[in-house]
Design a binder for this molecule. Structure first.
Ligand code: ARG
Length: 468
């Protein structure tokens, strides 16, 4: 959209009546939000049309006037979309820019639109409508990410890799289980997103400036017309509430934290040392000095962007803190954090989706990593325990085998049964089955474990839950 925010249209301020002097330049500069709130123009127009229809129903606007207003607003939408609208900074925000243009276009009738309405309930409405629209888009992107994870899990169900605690090899897990661990986190994020959407669907319009309006505004009509679930029944709460934005910013922060953990692993796994995955060329970048480099920049940037998502949440929490009832101009500071978090979430999800689409899994490298690092030591301890050795003792025995391997620089998987027997007489030839990492995953028979069956159950559950 063309930004003409410093351009001036010949106008008087819509609130100019009681002022002897015009605003000083700094007052205009500090008051203006048009440079960032112009993006809500569609929602502002939609809300105004619903409001005008309600005024018509109440007999405040006749049919002719309503028609003029609706046509005028439709034309303004077009002007904005074609880049022909001249935004004026002295008109402060999107609400007054549109209203002033309407009057310029259709004359006196335009001035009736603001009957039974204040910018305080208007902006509270627009923000909800705007966020609601963006939430639908974000939900689709989040869903695509989960679908990609499920596909990766289905396709690579045979891949076994080291599972880590403390970033030290712990036990073998299936790569699919690892992917689904993230899928479940993102499913919870989706719930948080739904919660934010729900918070958006409480209608503030009709609250007026703070106390209600001197007209029997048909709020039920506006609620239905704009597809809200409920009416906010306290006008003071309606104009002072920004919880719905905080809910979204919290969702965005937690999502950012999850994405950043995932990205951290992508960065690690794509390194030469791990080599568990390779990223496609079109999602990596080169170095200006080191010709050999191929860097996982998307993963790093998504990880880095989490900082601004947290920042935006804290920024608005701090703006809100200590604000007396009801509307205070501080509330205008709700927009940039929200818009930035929306943009950041969309960009990050698009980046993640693109990166995962072309990601290759190097099963051999994963396998080597499990064979190198005693990943089935716990299985061996359980093996002895099942033969009657108390678990604490079997833990001790296996620990000393590991120490022996390290000291003698021998591979655990190549130890002869005879050598093992010198640690415990309970060792037998069936130990081969126990130390096999893939079979180790299958012995995890508890619900929610890393076995193939459990993974298949999870995939089924996620698919039915998301209807994919
Ligand atoms: N641009 C303003 C905002 O974002 C609109 C509401 C202005 N209300 C007022 N009483 N000055 O908050």
């Amino acid at each position: 959209m063309k930004d003409n925010s410093t351009g001036k249209r010949k106008n008087e301020k819509l609130w100019g009546g009681r002022f002897a002097d015009s605003s000083s330049p700094i007052t205009e500069e500090i008051s203006a939000s048009i440079q960032f709130d112009s993006r809500m123009y569609r929602q502002d127009i939609k809300g105004s049309i619903a409001h005008a229809e309600m005024l018509n129903k109440m007999g405040i606007l006749n049919d002719e006037e309503l028609k003029k207003i609706v046509n005028g607003l439709d034309e303004i939408r077009e002007e904005i979309e074609k880049g022909k609208f001249l935004f004026s900074r002295s008109l402060e925000d999107i609400h007054m820019n549109i209203e002033s243009r309407l009057t310029e276009k259709i004359g006196e009738t335009g001035k009736k639109l603001h009957t039974a309405r204040s910018r305080n309930d208007q902006v509270a409405l627009d923000m909800r409508l705007y966020l609601r629209d963006e939430i639908s888009l974000i939900k689709e992107l989040l869903k695509s990410l989960i679908v990609l994870l499920v596909k990766l899990a289905e396709k690579n169900i045979d891949a076994v890799m080291p599972g880590y605690t403390h970033l030290q090899v712990a036990q073998p897990v299936r790569f699919s289980h690892h992917m689904l661990a993230y899928a479940w986190k993102f499913i919870r994020d989706m719930k948080r997103l739904d919660h934010a959407a729900e918070a958006c669907s409480l209608l503030p319009l009709g609250a007026g400036a703070l106390a209600g309006v001197n007209y029997p505004a048909d709020r039920e009509f506006v609620k239905k017309r704009l597809d809200f679930r409920e009416i906010n029944l306290n006008s003071m709460d309606a104009v002072s509430d920004r919880d719905f934005i905080l809910d979204f910013l919290y969702f965005a922060s937690v999502l950012g934290m999850h994405l950043s953990r995932f990205c951290e692993e992508i960065v690690l796994w794509s390194s030469a040392e791990f080599g568990f995955i390779s990223l496609a060329h079109n999602v990596t970048t080169g170095s200006s000095i080191m010709p050999q480099k191929r860097n996982p920049d998307i993963a790093e940037l998504v990880r880095g962007k989490t900082g601004r998502l947290y920042g935006n949440l804290f920024s608005l929490l701090t703006v809100m803190k200590g604000l007396p009832m009801t509307y205070n101009r501080d509330l205008q500071e709700d927009k940039e954090p929200l818009f930035d978090s929306i943009d950041t979430v969309i960009l990050s999800l698009e980046g993640m989706n693109e990166m995962l689409k072309g990601m290759k899994i190097n099963k051999d490298r994963m396998k080597k990593a499990i064979y190198r690092n005693f990943s089935t030591a716990t299985d061996i301890a359980d093996y002895l325990a099942q033969k009657g050795v108390p678990f604490r003792d079997s833990h001790e025995i296996v620990g000393s085998i590991v120490r022996y391997c390290e000291e003698e620089n021998v591979d655990f998987f190549n130890l002869k049964t005879e050598t093992l027997k010198s640690f415990s007489l309970f060792f037998d030839n069936d130990i081969e089955d126990i130390i096999d990492p893939a079979r180790s995953t299958e012995r995890k028979i508890s619900q929610g474990s890393t076995s193939t069956d459990s993974i298949k159950d999870q995939i089924f559950l996620i698919k039915s839950r998301l209807q994919i």
